[in-house]
Design a protein around this ligand. Structure first.
Ligand SMILES: Cc1cc2nc3c(=O)[nH]c(=O)nc-3n(C[C@H](O)[C@H](O)[C@H](O)COP(=O)(O)O)c2cc1C
Length: 344
């Protein structure tokens, strides 16, 4: 048996394959199965920031697109337009009623008792409104770490790059004040200077970055003439984007990197590690191939390690990191020219 041992967010993992946050990490029986199939750690389904705000009475008035939020005193009340259509409120209220904070905390406590691998809680957040203190309650459940899935779609043309990016740094600073457990931050890739922002985020007091969240894809149904959504699950061809950025950024960041999106088999799993990922997360693969995809990836990786004479993950992690290349953009430019030349 090869040594798959990996340190992620300061925790010891038996291997770097993590069951990522999704609907399949939302029940104790699934968590037990994921652990028994060999997952190195589990990120549970996220709690939404809006749930915290609604249930802790932080949202006190919602009217025509304005959410009025109580901060400390009535005179400090401010109004914030978060959503543009009334249907969103109805959905969020209904969702919060069905998924209470108490239930979430009980689930985390139970999860910790149910499995002997690290359990990572997750909060999905979009703003720096006053929800951070809840992180302390999450810590009190005994979970091993907290993943913050921060996704600010920079779609508001009135907001500058700095305003959008500050939300990430402000959230991290606030949450750090409330918890001592390791924090990882899961981000998308809509940043105007992605490499610079990722490096600055890695220096902001967090322990890991998850690259990348897979954004909800919008689509249009031309028969029904209405908006629709793209596929919820990724395909096995979607790993390259993450691979590029893990490879460019590993070695430059001051925290761990966890690769997410498009990993469906041992090949893309190994590639992310070769690019320099500390861990690799799978979600869609669990839906498409079932929980047995975990032992399959691990067994095939072991075979590959034997064939290539690697005894440990550390022996090959980062071998294809571009951290030693001074200017990856110039290198990619040449690759791009080669790629298209000769095709007429
Ligand atoms: C059904 C489903 C539910 C998800 N729910 C969450 C969630 O609650 N929190 C989160 O951070 N990511 C969530 N994700 C995103 C996954 O964790 C992952 O980042 C994304 O699907 C890309 O990875 P994949 O290609 O392995 O699926 C969800 C994904 C799916 C398919």
């Amino acid at each position: 048996m090869k040594n798959f041992q990996t340190t992620y967010l300061g925790m010891s993992l038996r291997n770097p394959l993590i069951a990522g946050s999704c609907g399949l990490t939302n029940s104790i029986s699934h968590l037990k199965t994921l652990a028994s199939k060999g997952a190195g750690a589990i990120v549970v389904k996220s709690l939404f920031e809006e749930q915290i705000q609604i249930e802790t009475d932080k949202v006190i008035k919602i009217e025509h697109g304005d959410i009025k939020v109580m901060t400390q005193a009535p005179d400090k009340m401010f109004s914030k337009r978060i959503y543009d259509y009334d249907e969103a409120y109805a959905y969020i209220f209904d969702f919060a009623r069905r998924n209470t904070l108490g239930k979430f905390l009980d689930f985390l406590k139970e999860a910790k008792k149910a499995v002997d691998i690290p359990v990572i809680a997750s909060i999905n957040c979009v703003s720096n409104n006053d929800w951070h203190s809840f992180a302390r309650k999450i810590q009190a459940t005994g979970v091993d770490a907290l993943e913050l899935n921060i996704f600010v779609l920079p779609s508001d043309w009135r907001r500058s790059t700095e305003e959008n990016e500050n939300i990430y740094f402000d959230i991290i600073k606030e949450v750090r004040n409330y918890v001592d457990i390791p924090i990882s931050v899961k981000i998308g890739y809509y940043f105007s200077s992605l490499a610079n922002t990722v490096v600055r985020l890695s220096e902001s007091g967090i322990d890991g970055l998850v690259l990348f969240n897979r954004p909800y894809n919008t689509d249009i149904d031309i028969d029904k003439m209405e908006l629709s959504q793209g596929p919820v699950l990724s395909s096995d061809e979607e790993y390259n984007h993450t691979l590029r950025w893990i490879s460019i950024l590993s070695g430059h960041v001051k925290c761990d990197l966890s690769a997410s999106t498009g990993v469906h088999d041992h090949k893309s799993f190994i590639k992310q590690l070769l690019a320099g990922a500390t861990t690799v997360q799978v979600a869609s693969a669990l839906y498409r191939s079932g929980f047995d995809v975990i032992p399959l990836i691990l067994n095939k990786t072991e075979e590959w390690m034997s064939a290539n004479k690697f005894e440990t993950i550390d022996a090959f992690r980062g071998k294809f990191s571009k951290s030693n290349i001074e200017n990856p953009a110039a290198m990619e430019r040449v690759q791009f020219m080669k790629y298209y030349s000769g095709i007429e």
